[in-house]
Design a binder for this molecule. Structure first.
Ligand code: AVI
Length: 322
């Protein structure tokens, strides 16, 4: 998820606990079981590691979704009204959105992301390549309500949420997000959402336990960040990456496992670990087509069409506001 940690100052908290990262890290490591939020994966190093993950032979989601968007581009374009505005929730590499922009006649593109710098750079590149497109970046937390730019008020709205980022939300959060997107985009809106599909557990396991260890470095980068930004004393060699498929809950779980009994300090607080104790860092939910349709129905949307690759590894859904 390209959600970058907001360094929000809070006047009511003393000293070092003033950033959201500090508050969340201290609060989450004080829970039993311990956890850390996946939204903090994406500092500069973490974003680069994620880009490297998307190119791994074992990590099929990115290239499979790109293949669907490429192959079904015409069919996707056929359901998009001429002159619509495309609103992307969270902004990563522009490769996927370019496929939609090339195939359809959008009048405007609104990338929404908490990192203003990132979307402005992205917007400049798109303006160069699509000179007649109105590009209107919006720096906002896309998981909370925000107002769309007045310039697109009269245009039909199409939301875009690729990458199976929806799978990194808990099911109730995914429902809340889709409801909020429905409110923001308004009546008559459509939405194109990518969701990873349930499949052979070995394939899922390998995608999150790659042979080159890039996913392990991505996971451990959370501790690197805590050491650097919050003065943490995590010994990286004393934690190991673990990703498992939880069949009952249809999700990959990522954990950082303490190799021994140890105590770690951060911002004046001590956290003790038992040997084998986990910090739960991420869930990546996998949807069947039916369970995704049920999620959409329960969130104010109806599935209009679903596309998959031939091997049914990944799905792209076109939703219509109910
Ligand atoms: C961003 N998100 C969809 C990725 C996923 O597959 O859940 C994040 C990721 N975590 C480990 N590998 C990739």
């Amino acid at each position: 998820m390209n959600v970058h940690a907001p360094a929000l100052a809070d006047a009511h908290l003393p000293g070092e606990l003033t950033s959201a990262f500090a508050r969340d890290a201290v609060g989450d490591l004080s829970q039993q079981p311990k956890r850390l939020s996946p939204k903090y994966f994406y500092d500069a190093a973490g974003s680069e590691l994620f880009e490297a993950i998307t190119r791994l032979p074992e990590y099929y989601p990115t290239r499979t979704e790109l293949g669907i968007l490429r192959e079904k581009g015409r069919e996707i374009a056929a359901i998009i009204p001429v002159g619509a505005a495309l609103v992307e929730f969270g902004a990563g590499a522009t490769t996927k959105v370019r496929l939609l922009l090339e195939n359809s006649s959008f009048e405007a593109y609104v990338p929404v992301d908490i990192s203003g710098d990132f979307i402005h750079a992205q917007a400049d590149a798109l303006r160069r390549d699509f000179p007649s497109l109105l590009v209107h970046p919006l720096a906002a937390d896309f998981t909370a309500p925000f107002t769309l730019p007045g310039a697109i008020a009269k245009m039909a709205k199409v939301g875009f949420f690729p990458g199976s980022t929806i799978g990194n939300f808990e099911p109730h959060e995914a429902c809340h997000f889709l409801r909020s997107a429905r409110e923001i985009l308004g009546q008559g809106a459509q939405m194109v959402v990518g969701a990873d599909l349930e499949k052979d557990e070995r394939v899922l396991y390998n995608a999150y336990n790659d042979a080159a260890g890039v996913t392990a470095r991505f996971n451990l980068n959370l501790l690197v960040r805590i050491n650097r930004e919050l003065g943490g004393t995590f010994d990286l060699s004393a934690f190991t990456h673990r990703a498992i498929y939880n069949r009952d809950r249809h999700r990959i779980e990522m954990h950082l496992i303490s190799k021994r009994k140890q105590t770690v300090r951060m911002l004046g607080t001590s956290f003790s670990f038992r040997p084998g104790e986990s910090i739960h860092t991420e869930n990546s939910y996998k949807y069947s087509i039916d369970r995704f349709a049920a999620l959409a129905r329960g969130s104010g949307w109806k599935v209009r069409e679903t596309w998959t690759d031939r091997a049914r590894m990944f799905s792209v859904h076109a939703l219509m506001a109910e």
